[in-house]
Write a new protein. Sequence first.
Length: 183
Amino acid sequence: MESSAAGGDLLDAALIEEAAKKSALVWVRGPQGPARALWHVWFDGAVCLVGGGAGEQPLDGLGLVHGGSATVTVRSKDKGARLVVWPARVVEPAPGGEDWRRAAGELQGKRLNAPDAEQLLQRWAAHCRLLRLEPAGPAAQRPGAMPDGSGAVPPLPSPAVTRGPVPSGLPARRRSGPRRTAR
């Protein structure tokens, strides 16, 4: 008979796999910087993603290195809310190796609007990083074990802000309340 801890691990593994298969994006937090939304595929027991080169999703600033760790957050497909958060071990297969080719083949099928679809794998091998984020323990957050706070962080500073003075050409705001009629 299985212990409850082992049963919990099996449930966590099933939840992680099912959530990652259904979600188009995962949020990955490395040892550095804030979490970043990245497209991926679930393949062979891990989240596989590619990026870091021209025309691909950015991986810089996350500190993801072979043998390192990361935290992966997956949202619920139907509600869009955080569903599961789990620790991951980062594995970077050698470009052109058997593991790399198999994962790259899966990713190639999900890559949308590639400008060079025929040369995509060659470009990835030369200029990008392919990473596998393998589950490295039980889920830190899951249904029934979520933190009380929202987990939201303030936006990063950016010159593309929308707060500022109201342009003088706009009409003044009307007061709320009943309309006054002229007599």
